[in-house]
Every structure is written in C-alpha cells, then in structure tokens.
Ligand binder design. Structure first.
Ligand SMILES: Nc1ncnc2c1ncn2[C@@H]1O[C@H](COP(=O)(O)OP(=O)(O)O)[C@@H](O)[C@H]1O
Ligand SMILES: [Mg+2]
Length: 432
C-alpha cells in the first residue's frame, strides 16, 4: 500500500488508536455490572483501544482528494463504513447489538473507474487491516488456486498476527462477476458456484482456522507452541462475523439484462420504451436489482449477502482531465518526479493535460487509459532527455499530439543555444 500523503486526514484523529471521547472507558468490573440493554449482547470486556469518530461526510471528503467523480459510490461507501465501524466500536466497548446486519458492499461499474482506488483510500483512512484479492484466483477445493479462507488468514497477517484486530478488518474481493456460472457473463465454470458457496459462510459468520490445514509447517509450529504453553494467548480460529466484505466487478453485458427487464416492467418513472432503449450503460447499472445479478449467474444467497449496492459511472474526458489535474494520486506527479530525477523540469499545461485525457478516453479503459497514453507519449522523451542538455520543457497540446516532433524541436533548441553560446564565448574570447 502506498504511503499516506502529507496532511493525511488521519489528522482527524488517530482512528484505530488513542482514547476516544465517546468510547465507554469503564473499568472492567464496572462494565460487568452494567445492566444489559434490550437487544444488546454483552460481550467480553474491551481488550484494545479503538476509536472511530469519523462521520460519513468526512470519509467522502477524504475520498474526494484521491478519487474524481463517483459521488454516489462515495456516499454509499462512507455510510456503510461508518455504520460498520460504529458497530465495531460498540462491540469493542463491550456492547454487541444482537440483531446487527452486516452492510457488505457490492460495487459495480466498468474497469479503471476507481472502484479499487475508493476502497484502498478508505481503508488507509480508517487504518484497519485490509486485504484485496481477485475472485478469479480461488477454486472451490483450494487445490488449484487459493482457498477463500486464505483471505481471512491474510487479514491476520496484515494485522501483524493480531487476531482481534483482524476480526474487524475489510476484505475486498475484485472481479466477482467472473464467479458467475451461467448467463450473459459467459461465467467461468461450475467451480465459480463452489467459490460463491464457500464465500457465503465467511460473509455471514464463520470460523476460520488461523493456520491453514494445508500448511504442514504451520500446523507443526502451532502444535509445538501449544505443547510449550506459549500458544494459549492466541485463539486457534478467527470469527468472520465482524469482517466487512466489499466486492466489485465490471458485470460487462449486464446492462442488456437490465434493459430487457425494464422494458418488460412498464415502470412509469422511467418513461417510454424508446427512452429505455436509449438509456446508457451507466444509467442502466444504476437500476440494477437482485434479479439481474442472479440472471447474470450469481447465486441468490451470495447476492443476498451484499445488501449495499452502488454503481460507479464511466469516466469521460472531463473526468480524466480532473484525474490528471486534481487528484492527489495523479500520474502527473509520477512523471514530474521521473524527470526531476535527472534535473529536468516538466511543466504540464492544461491544454497538454486535456489532450492526454482525450486520447485516454478513446482507450475505453477508464483512468487506466491515462497510463497507456502517457507511456506512449513520454516514452522517447524519457529515453532521450536525461542524456541531453534539456533542463526544462512544457507538455503542450502539440507535444502530446506529436511527441517525436516535439522531442526533435527540444533537442534542436538546446543545440542552437549551445552553438550560439559557443559563438559568443569565442567572440568575447577573441575580443579580449
Ligand atoms: N475516479 C478516479 N479518480 C482518480 N483516479 C482514478 C479514478 N479511477 C481510476 N483511477 C486511477 O486508475 C487506477 C486504476 O483504477 P482502479 O481503481 O484500480 O479501477 P477499477 O475500477 O477497475 O478497480 C487507480 O490506481 C487510479 O490511479
Ligand atoms: Mg479494480
């Protein structure tokens, strides 16, 4: 995970550490004597400091710094995260709501529009252990590819072996649409369903052995430490009841299923059939319902455990321009630094950035298109300029449109200034 930029709003308060104003900090004997409130399960006395004081708007504002657009996803995600971590805070303070329903999240939308970026930025802010994996790497049996339980074990590793901390972490599973077993998605195979079934247990409430049954060395080590009496402090399993699951996928082709459903449903609010026919993929995704995911090939039980759903929109030229110009994670900083390493100052003009955004929009891969385009545009400049006398240059619209010509002109201009400098020194030399 990348390091946090300066002024990172962990300044909003040490989020996982430090005392909290709102946290109940009763001595454990006193905590035990508190009469249980209805619907509240008294759990073990708090063992660790945890404070969570962020409000949804603060999380969304933090996300605004790194992720352009996606206002609806930011809103939905901020609320789900706040709900979850308020719940965690209460659990750690010794009160657990008996009927709490976990707000697992499903993010859908095209590739490269910031789904992963959103989750990663949010997890950094909250400071909880966070694991990201692609659903495609798992298999039902775990013989080929991974076993979904490994996700939970990874979380323990991320939490530095602290099982308690890991049990409140976030698991982010990308490419869940590839687990579809039938339908338009052209699903991968029957084992996709098996993986979904295995995930069900984890998403609700399951116990996972901390040492994998396939890990012989780990098994022996754990047996040895138990014999030696050292293993008693750490539990052998981790419960997944409080782990937040966030899944995402592009669900390519699902827009057609949604359009079909809408045009058969005669929903007044959506207007005439011809309007539905003309609806864009983004608007269709925003209308997605459980039935569409099931038709796409996900198991009803799986979709059912993902109550919070939100669609991310595609990025147009304007968004991509903002990604370059405004986002704190912009690629522009990376390129500036790359040239700076050779003492070369690259100055990006707005017209240059806009043209990069226009080219990237044509790639149809969201913000990933920016990387492709920048690599292509700056390839020769990155190769030639470090060995030249060029000390600064402007990234203009002309340079982006014709990098080879731009490079030639840059090199010619330094040659010209070198030769005129040489001439003037030789002249001033002969004069003296
Ligand atoms: N909305 C956005 N705002 C700023 N940067 C973005 C945005 N979307 C994508 N990016 C950039 O593109 C990269 C890939 O995006 P990612 O979040 O991995 O896409 P996906 O939606 O496929 O998960 C990110 O690391 C980020 O740098
Ligand atoms: Mg992604």
């Amino acid at each position: 995970m990348s390091s946090l930029p300066s002024g990172h709003p962990n300044a909003l308060g040490p989020v996982t550490r430090g005392p909290s104003k709102t946290r109940r900090s009763l001595p454990s004997s006193e905590a035990e004597s508190v009469t249980p409130k209805p619907g509240i399960l008294e759990t073990a006395a708090p063992t660790e400091e945890f404070s969570f004081e962020l409000k949804p708007r603060e999380i969304a504002r933090h996300l605004d710094r790194f992720v352009i657009g996606q206002a609806e996803a930011k809103k939905v995600l901020s609320v789900a995260l706040c709900d979850h971590f308020q719940h965690v805070r209460r659990c750690l303070a010794g009160e657990e709501a008996m009927y709490y329903q976990k707000q697992n999240v499903l993010l859908l939308g095209p590739t490269g529009v910031g789904k992963t970026h959103l989750i990663r930025s949010a997890a950094e802010l909250i400071g909880v252990p966070f694991v990201k994996a692609d659903a495609t790497k798992f298999s039902e049996t775990g013989y080929v590819g991974g076993d979904v339980d490994d996700l939970v074990r990874d979380l323990v590793r991320k939490a530095g072996g602290n099982v308690k901390k890991a049990s409140y972490g976030i698991i982010y599973l990308d490419e869940v649409d590839k687990l579809a077993t039938r339908g338009e998605g052209g699903g991968r195979d029957v084992s996709g369903r098996g993986v979904q079934t295995n995930l069900l247990k984890l998403m609700e409430d399951g116990d996972v052995p901390i040492v994998s049954p396939n890990d012989m060395t780990g098994q022996i080590q754990s047996a040895m430490s138990t014999l030696g009496g050292a293993g008693s402090a750490q539990p052998e399993t981790i419960n997944t009841r409080h782990i937040l699951f966030i899944v995402s996928g592009a669900f390519a082709g699902m827009e057609h299923l949604i359009r079909d459903r809408l045009s058969h449903s005669f929903e007044e609010s959506l207007g005439s059939k011809s309007k539905i026919v003309r609806m864009k993929a983004d608007d269709l995704f925003a209308q997605s319902m459980t039935a569409d995911f099931i038709q796409y090939g996900l198991e009803p039980e799986f979709v059912g455990r993902l109550p919070v759903r939100v669609a991310c929109h595609g990025l147009d030229t304007g968004h991509l321009f903002d990604v370059l110009r405004r986002s704190e994670s912009s690629l522009v900083r990376q390129y500036e630094r790359a040239f700076e390493a050779y003492g070369i100052q690259a100055e990006f003009t707005d017209a240059g950035l806009r043209h990069l955004a226009e080219l990237a929009a044509g790639e149809n891969t969201g913000a990933r298109g920016l990387m492709t385009v920048c690599e292509r545009v700056f390839r020769d400049l990155k190769f030639a300029l470090p060995s030249s006398r060029v000390r600064s240059f402007k990234v203009t619209q002309e340079l982006v449109a014709d990098p080879a010509g731009g490079l030639k002109r840059l090199l010619a201009s330094v040659r010209k200034s070198v030769s005129s400098l040489a001439k003037s020194t030789s002249r001033s030399g002969s004069e003296t």
